[in-house]
Ligand binder design. Structure first.
Ligand code: 2IT
Length: 445
């Protein structure tokens, strides 16, 4: 494989899609050696096929706001790869959404889903619709209009969406409701549904819980535990909430959360009712964390800043892509951070990752760390298919086992000669090999 040729061809075909090209480059660099040991991959043009989505659906979403004005947004579904199972991945509603971001997310999702060991292909969708400040009625009308455009491409064995940034239980409920009305079938073609209509226990917690199970395995590998460690979390949405809840339960102290307006430092730890308060902050729809410092005066609000300047043992980016840059990484390393686990997708820039790996800081990428979310979506699909609902304990046990297994795969493929575990390499190789073998087994299609 000639990485430079593949990348320059992609760049010529898709100019300016920087997040997508960044995600592809990371995988290519990691899998180059194993790929070259398999001439049959080269002959079947596996990598050229894998880096392009199977299909992209783009559509105009037109809806009416509360003032009676007609609004237009763009909607997308990137069906990236279904070699392993039906397309599966979340939907993101955020003003920043564009094709490059959804292609990077769909590409990453393909490998992440492969790592879960469950039969799911990779996809991602979304819209540049911004939920910030929108009324409940506006959110519902937008979700309904979005699904009117997309429903024909979905199905329990075709493509199963879920939530992502800006899409939680409420939005999934509205989208699933419209989908169900159109197809007149209760096949559960969404995950993250409400518990009363086919949702799974533990799904809301799963991304954060799974991440902490993964962090526990990383620490155990070093003969350490999480008890008593200080943790910086970014974001304050569903993922940050689940991570804070589990980290606290395991005896760690979470001292930061953040929003687009800045970050909160709480030296007493974000625990108990403060964790519930995160849900309240999110539910206001204003997308700010500043009110936390008014409610809990021991905490400080740092406007316009990121939490990575604080001295902590563990950093858990839980907000969005590229939220930890090279400078942030240098600060974390200089302050003696022991472990960085991306809970957001592609939370670190390539410069940040280089800084962690060069300083031999224990670092793991989102596609391994946050796979518990989609894994539990896979468990929701299983429950829907057998028309049953499992207990919270059963789902949590399976989630825990899946995260341990992903950790084992990363160690197997990522351990370097000096013993340093390159989790990025391990996750990319393990995910890639599974997708490549599945594609090989199904011929040239
Ligand atoms: O990035 C992700 O893995 C998700 N947003 C969850 C996807 C899913 O299908 O549960």
């Amino acid at each position: 494989m000639n990485i430079n040729t593949i990348l320059s061809n992609l760049e010529a075909k898709h100019p300016g899609e920087k997040e997508y090209l960044q995600a592809v480059k990371e995988v290519l660099i990691c899998v180059e050696d194993v790929y070259n040991q398999h001439p049959e991959f080269e002959k079947a043009k596996i990598i050229e096929r894998m880096v392009e989505p199977d299909r992209i659906v783009t559509f105009r979403v037109t809806w009416v706001d509360d003032k009676g004005e007609v609004q237009n947004n763009i909607g997308y579904r990137v069906q990236f790869n279904n070699a392993i199972g039906p397309y599966k991945g979340g939907i993101r509603f955020h003003a920043s959404v564009n094709l490059s971001i959804l292609k990077f997310l769909g590409f990453e999702q393909t490998f992440k889903n492969a790592l879960t060991t469950l039969p799911m292909g990779g996809a991602k969708g979304g819209s540049d619709f911004s939920p910030r400040g929108k009324s409940d009625a506006e959110i519902m009308r937008f979700c309904q209009a979005f699904i009117l455009c997309l429903w024909k491409n979905l199905g329990p064995d075709r493509d199963v969406p879920a939530g992502d940034i800006g899409v939680g239980g409420r939005e999934v409920g509205y989208m699933y409701g419209m989908y169900k009305k159109l197809v007149n079938e209760c096949t559960g073609t969404f995950t993250g549904k409400g518990l009363d209509f086919g949702g799974s226990l533990i799904r809301p917690e799963a991304t954060g819980f799974g991440a902490l199970y993964f962090v526990q395995s990383m620490l155990a590998e070093k003969g350490d535990t999480i008890k008593g460690k200080t943790v910086a979390v970014s974001g304050f949405g569903n993922v940050a909430w689940g991570a804070t809840l589990k980290a606290t339960e395991l005896g760690a102290k979470v001292v930061t959360i953040s929003g687009p307006d800045g970050y909160i430092y709480d030296p007493d730890g974000i625990s108990g009712d403060k964790i519930d308060y995160m849900l309240y902050l999110r539910a206001t729809g204003e997308d700010i964390v500043a009110p936390y410092a008014e409610k809990y005066p021991n905490a400080t609000f740092f406007p316009g800043k990121k939490p990575w300047e604080q001295k902590v043992d563990i950093a858990l980016p839980c907000a969005t892509q590229n939220e930890v840059d090279g400078e942030d990484a240098k600060k974390l390393v200089a302050n003696g951070v022991e472990l960085v686990a991306e809970v957001s997708n592609m939370g670190c820039t390539p410069e940040a990752i280089d800084t962690f790996i060069e300083s031999k800081t224990t670092y793991a990428p989102g596609k391994a760390v946050n796979a518990g979310g989609v894994a539990t979506s896979g468990l929701e699909m299983s429950q829907n298919a057998e028309h049953l609902q499992w207990s919270a304990e059963e789902v949590d046990d399976r989630l825990h086992a899946i995260m341990k297994n992903i950790h084992t795969q990363c160690v197997k493929h990522g351990t370097e000669e000096d013993g340093y575990i390159n989790y990025m390499k391990g996750a990319n190789i393990a995910g890639f090999m599974k997708v490549a073998n599945a594609m090989m087994g199904q011929g040239i299609i």
